[in-house]
Design a protein around this ligand. Structure first.
Ligand code: ZN
Length: 227
């Protein structure tokens, strides 16, 4: 086993435990993966609780999700991960989670209006919601195909989130921000509804993004804002 694979296994265990501790998955939900090179991905197996993840658990698969020298199967949602890697050569880590507050927003007619807080506008932008697709079907990777080229953060309607990064740490950070943003949005709706930034304020924030050299791929908040 290469040094790189050992490091990736450690990273998967670390962030699996964090996902569970943060309440972003329950039971055996969710999956994490790291791309080791062009043809090999290390991914969590099905049927294991994330707080019980250990170094031997992740499975090495090829880009078709076929296990390489391992009798076990990867998570049935591996197709989400492979779609992201196929469309985005820059991505080296993917987390699919079931963040409860962000999912709740997709269950209502409320738009997942994430462009309400400065740090979200700068780092995540406008977060698209992929149309509902039944779990583990071909429709699931199809539902994110176009979106994944444009942003690092996607919600799957009635299901969960997909966040991408160069590392699992990056993908996890985006997921945390997404869920916190949904929580604040729910509070704001309970207090009468949030008020959007003005276009001038959004323009100023876009300048900050350039100033700080933020390179995450986002769908800009251009369409939003009042005035
Ligand atoms: Zn799922």
């Amino acid at each position: 086993m290469t040094h790189e694979e050992v490091a990736a296994r450690r990273e998967i265990v670390h962030y699996s435990h964090k996902l569970h501790a943060a309440g972003l998955v329950c039971a055996t939900d969710g999956n994490l993966s790291v791309r080791l090179d062009r043809d090999r991905v290390l991914i969590t197996p099905s049927g294991i609780r994330k707080e019980e993840m250990h170094l031997q658990a992740p499975i090495l698969v090829n880009m078709d999700g076929e296990p390489l020298s391992d009798p076990r199967r990867p998570s049935t949602e591996y197709k989400i991960h492979m779609e992201a890697y196929r469309q985005r050569p820059d991505v080296r880590a993917v987390i699919h989670a079931h963040p409860p507050r962000a999912i709740a927003v997709t269950l209502t007619d409320t738009p997942l209006d994430t462009c309400l807080l400065p740090e979200v506008v700068v780092t995540l932008g406008s977060i698209p919601v992929a149309p509902y697709a039944a779990p583990s079907t071909e429709a699931l990777p199809d539902s994110i195909r176009d979106l994944v080229t444009r942003t690092d953060v996607i919600m799957l309607a009635r299901h969960g989130s997909v966040t991408l990064g160069e590392t699992l740490g990056e993908a996890f950070g985006k997921l945390e921000r997404l869920e916190k943003s949904a929580e604040i949005l729910i509070y704001a709706h309970s207090l009468g509804g949030p008020r959007s930034f003005s276009r001038t304020q959004l323009e100023e924030l876009r300048g900050l993004r350039e100033f700080y050299g933020v390179t995450t791929r986002t769908m800009p908040c251009d369409q939003e804002g009042t005035e």
